[in-house]
Design a protein around this ligand. Structure first.
Ligand code: ADP
Length: 388
């Protein structure tokens, strides 16, 4: 099936047209937003698909939707009711869902009658138990306002867990895994038998690990302190924590790990500081997830940093030494490519590198839902097939 996977994000629009039976990409474009915003980027995308005579051949569209609230536990065909429900949830993710909705509406208009599917970042984490998803605030905030941990990057964590099972030739339902998705946004998840049981992002994608420009965890008392000291209002504090913090804030140089690694080699103290905090906070979170599992079989790295930075992986495994990890430096230097993904010796626990591909996942999930059960294969990958 020929599927357009659309990731209409807060700062860019990524689109891929995939032949899902083979995994072949016939079109791929990532467009940063300019003054014309989402309408401009979407119009340009549609124009390009039309010029390349690709628009008419699209059989289904898969949309990444960041927040599905508690309503959506899996991907879903979009109809008027679903659209209204996504709109309701949009208040939870004001930076993300409105953009996703614009993408859905534009494609519904351009391709009337073509099935459209919503794939939610939060869906995989709907299995978290209350002890993991509740914040210790008045329970009425959960009951009446949906204040809880939702978690994000779900499609990616789910995919790498399945792929880990495949590479280790073990049934997924017998594996206890922690996964680290490390891109511009970063999150970690504890996965027991293929089910997400804890994750580091929360009500919004701001909580948890140190990220490119996001702070991750801070003392909630920081908000009042910053208001008093700097005269910031709440949106000002939120903007500071989302856009000026993380690797960028700590290094005073860049949010980009590749640049920071280069700067550290050149002796830049800020880069050293930022990388060390990034690794420490990540290792601390990963180790903490052991309490959500009976034992730890595997740690899997993915995302731009997780897949490409041998130094970050080495430092994290060194910090996790007390859990029994032993790095294999040669396998790590080759990103696990020559050892069926493994970068450690012995074990369990085993450490692996598994590349993720969110647009491809969205396409596969969409085809699975539109074509029905048993159709979700994608070059040996089966993102839709764990029965959830
Ligand atoms: P996004 O979350 O936007 O999809 P990616 O998953 O592409 O982002 O990850 C981007 C991050 O990966 C950036 O910090 C980038 O510097 C980092 N990265 C990419 N390649 C490398 C590399 N070879 N070494 C270190 N970091 C890398």
């Amino acid at each position: 099936m020929r599927v357009l996977a659309l990731n209409c994000g807060s700062s860019s629009v990524k689109s891929v047209v995939v032949e899902t039976a083979t995994g072949v990409r016939v079109f791929e474009r990532a467009r940063e937003l300019d003054a014309q915003g989402h309408p401009g980027a979407l119009a340009a995308l549609l124009g390009e698909l039309c010029d390349q005579s690709l628009l008419g051949g699209i059989e289904a569209v898969g949309h990444r939707v960041v927040h599905g609230g508690e309503r959506f536990r899996a991907s879903v065909r979009i109809d008027a009711r679903v659209l209204a429900e996504i709109e309701e949830v949009a208040a939870m993710a004001p930076l993300h869902n409105p953009a996703n909705l614009q993408g859905i509406r534009a494609l519904q208009q351009a391709l009337p009658g073509v099935p459209q599917v919503a794939v939610f970042d939060t869906a995989f984490h709907q299995t978290l138990p209350p002890r993991a998803y509740l914040y210790a605030v008045p329970y009425s905030l959960y009951r009446d306002h949906g204040v809880r941990r939702y978690g994000f990057h779900g499609s990616s964590h789910r995919f790498v867990a399945r792929e880990t099972a495949r590479r280790l030739e073990r049934p997924l339902n017998q594996l206890q895994i922690v996964s680290a998705h490390l891109g511009n946004g970063c999150s970690a998840t504890a996965i027991r038998g293929g089910i997400s049981v804890d994750t580091s992002m929360g009500l919004s994608p701001l909580e948890g690990l140190v990220m490119g420009t996001r702070s991750g965890d801070v003392d909630p008392g920081l908000h009042e302190f910053l208001a008093a000291r700097l005269g910031l209002d709440l949106p000002g504090v939120t903007a500071l924590l989302n856009r000026e913090s993380g690797l960028l804030g700590l290094s005073e140089l860049s949010p980009d790990m590749r640049e920071l690694e280069q700067a550290r080699r050149d002796g830049h103290a800020g880069a050293e500081r930022a990388i060390e905090s990034f690794c420490y906070r990540l290792a601390r979170t990963l180790a903490g997830f052991v309490v959500a599992l009976d034992r730890l079989d595997a740690l899997v790295f993915t995302g731009g940093i997780g897949e490409n930075s041998a130094d970050i992986r080495a430092r994290v495994l060194e910090l996790l030494g007390p859990l029994g990890f032993e790095l294999d430096p040669e396998r790590n230097a080759r990103h696990g490519a020559d050892s069926n993904a493994e970068i450690s010796r012995g074990g369990p626990p085993i450490a692996l590198v598994v590349p993720t591909d969110e647009e491809l996942l969205i396409a596969a999930e969409t085809a699975a839902l539109v074509e029905g059960p048993g159709s979700e294969r994608l070059g040996g990958r089966e993102p839709g097939g764990d029965g959830r």
